[in-house]
Design a binder for this molecule. Structure first.
Ligand code: ZN
Length: 544
């Protein structure tokens, strides 16, 4: 009884919920559809409709109680009910992403680390023990991206393919993607849509992941089970999401230039030469797009500005991965959060150096760097499998810090403008406060805290008497190089114990950082996108 009373007492009221929601600045996100031919616009409407179904699937994956709770909230027309529904829709569940996943609706449990991927009565250790008893082929299924673990009728563990577990929504999504494939005139898009529809039934995503890598079309759809962050036990199970976007050809061309530099960067990585990959393989595609709709795992809490897929190591090894940058989302974030943050967090001289170009170029480099550095450990496991729940934060920190290393390398060899040398570190520093505000319970935030604290300890970032932060130009370059080396070498070692210890010690918010965060109260943490283009597409469909 006492616990229930405490939960109720702690549950935020309507005003508090509105304050929490206001941390996300409502922002229109749209793209120019006017140059799209009728066939493609019609196909796009079907794809957007399929993408919206990923919301339902993600809710179900994150927690078994999400769907009934959403139904209940939708029926509550009181101001409190409306406010709860609004925040539930932002966070895709009753836990606030920005508040260490604190529950904001009374009576719900703590967020389950196992999500809805494992039996609710199982422990992590039991699953680990069970997996050890399996033959290699079975183990591959049990630990794979596209199965959930359930109890068999006799009470033991077994796996269920996504194609069966989620067949209701996946069947509808497959039908819509096939209809879109009939409408489009673009062959590579048609191929992706048909093969992805097949994968929703067969549970074999390989062919459609390859088709996604080879997409060369004005419409850039990403739809299916992808990221593993929702599985906080093992980072193994993929959550459903979609990003439907239009390609920005001019920007894509500019960025392809950076891709040509990748092998040179790999060869220069500050690690044991044996750990470098002498042949990175074919040039991996990079796309700059303008987002039309994000859904599921791709649209909760803090919005995704860029992604690097697929996660399947087979494809990563064979052809690398594809990077997609959501330019209109990045611009919105820069304007609504980063500029105001820099005015509070940085010393006056540093504020002037904050630039969208540096912000954008570093995000591009971050995405590229996910494909570089060690991906297998000395024990012949993948880094992702070896590092378990510590893997995501470490990998994000690697991409950030080695991204700075790579940009400096390109400035030094004259491939990038010298002015970047000043703007990129300062912009990264402002951006670090933006990330840590997301919470250190989340991979990106924890990874950034590790970096910022290390740079402080190295004297590469200093805090002035008034609490503002500044880059120390004389020290930043070597500190970035040293940290890049430390993270990559740890990943290659596969030493999960040391990774956990390091993150526990360094992935935290220190008092001097906290003081800045406290001053950022009035600055939005992120955007709450309103997908106007998608709404228009769906609206015209309903009117037909
Ligand atoms: Zn990343």
């Amino acid at each position: 009884m006492l616990i229930a009373a405490l939960l109720l007492a702690a549950a935020p009221d309507a005003a508090a919920l509105r304050t929490m929601a206001a941390r996300f600045a409502p922002t229109d996100v749209s793209a120019d559809l006017s140059r799209l031919p009728g066939s493609e616009k019609a196909a796009l409407a079907k794809i957007v409709e399929a993408a919206a179904l990923m919301d339902t699937l993600y809710l179900r994956q994150a927690w078994a109680g999400n769907e009934p709770l959403l139904l209940r909230l939708a029926q509550d027309a009181s101001p409190l009910g409306r406010a709860r529904l609004h925040l539930f829709v932002i966070d895709k569940g009753p836990w606030s992403n920005l508040d260490q996943d604190a529950a904001f609706i009374p009576g719900v449990p703590t967020r389950p680390d196992a999500a809805n991927f494992y039996p609710p009565d199982a422990t992590k250790e039991q699953i680990e023990q069970w997996v050890k008893t399996l033959q290699p082929k079975e183990r591959e299924q049990a630990t794979g991206f596209y199965t959930v673990i359930r109890r068999t009728p006799d009470g033991r563990f077994g796996w269920v393919p996504y194609g069966i577990e989620y067949q209701d929504q996946l069947g509808t999504a497959a039908r819509l993607l096939r209809e879109a494939a009939q409408l489009t005139q673009q062959p590579t898009l048609k191929k992706f849509l048909l093969s992805r529809a097949d994968a929703f039934y067969s549970n074999d995503y390989y062919d459609s992941d390859v088709a996604w890598m080879e997409l060369d079309a004005s419409i850039e759809p990403t739809i299916g089970p992808y990221e593993v962050y929702t599985d906080n036990w093992f980072n193994q199970k993929a959550a459903f999401e979609a990003f439907i976007a239009l390609r920005d050809d001019a920007e894509t061309g500019k960025l392809a230039k950076l891709s040509a530099e990748l092998q040179g960067i790999e060869d220069a990585l500050p690690i044991d030469p044996k750990l470098r990959n002498p042949r990175l393989g074919a040039l991996a595609p990079i796309r700059v797009v303008n987002l039309i709709l994000a859904s599921g795992d791709g649209n909760h809490g803090v919005q995704t500005a860029a992604y690097n897929l697929p996660n399947d190591e087979r494809i990563a090894r064979e052809r690398g991965t594809k990077r997609v940058m959501l330019k209109n989302v990045q611009q919105a974030k820069f304007q609504k959060t980063l500029v105001p943050i820099s005015k509070v967090a940085l010393a006056k001289a540093d504020q002037r150096e904050v630039s969208f170009d540096a912000f954008f170029t570093h995000i591009v480099m971050h995405e590229l760097m996910h494909g570089l550095g060690p991906h297998r450990t000395a024990q012949e496991s993948t880094v992702r499998m070896a590092m378990q729940e510590a893997g995501s934060a470490l990998e994000e920190a690697k991409a950030d810090i080695s991204g700075l290393f790579a940009l400096q390398h390109l400035v030094d060899k004259g491939a990038l403008d010298k002015s970047l040398e000043r703007t990129m570190y300062v912009t990264f520093l402002a951006s670090a406060f933006r990330s840590i505000r997301f919470g250190t319970n989340e991979a990106h935030g924890k990874g950034v805290a590790l970096q910022l604290n290390t740079l402080l300890d190295e004297g590469a970032v200093r805090v002035a008497g008034d609490g503002t932060f500044a880059v120390v130009p004389a020290k930043i370059k070597s500190a970035v190089e040293k940290l890049t080396s430390a993270i990559m070498t740890l990943q290659a070692s596969g030493d999960v114990g040391r990774a956990r210890e390091w993150l526990k010690q360094m992935g935290v918010v220190r008092p001097e950082v906290k003081r800045v965060l406290d001053k950022l109260v009035g600055v939005p943490v992120d955007i709450e996108p309103r997908f106007l283009s998608a709404e228009r597409l769906l609206g015209s469909r309903e009117a037909r």
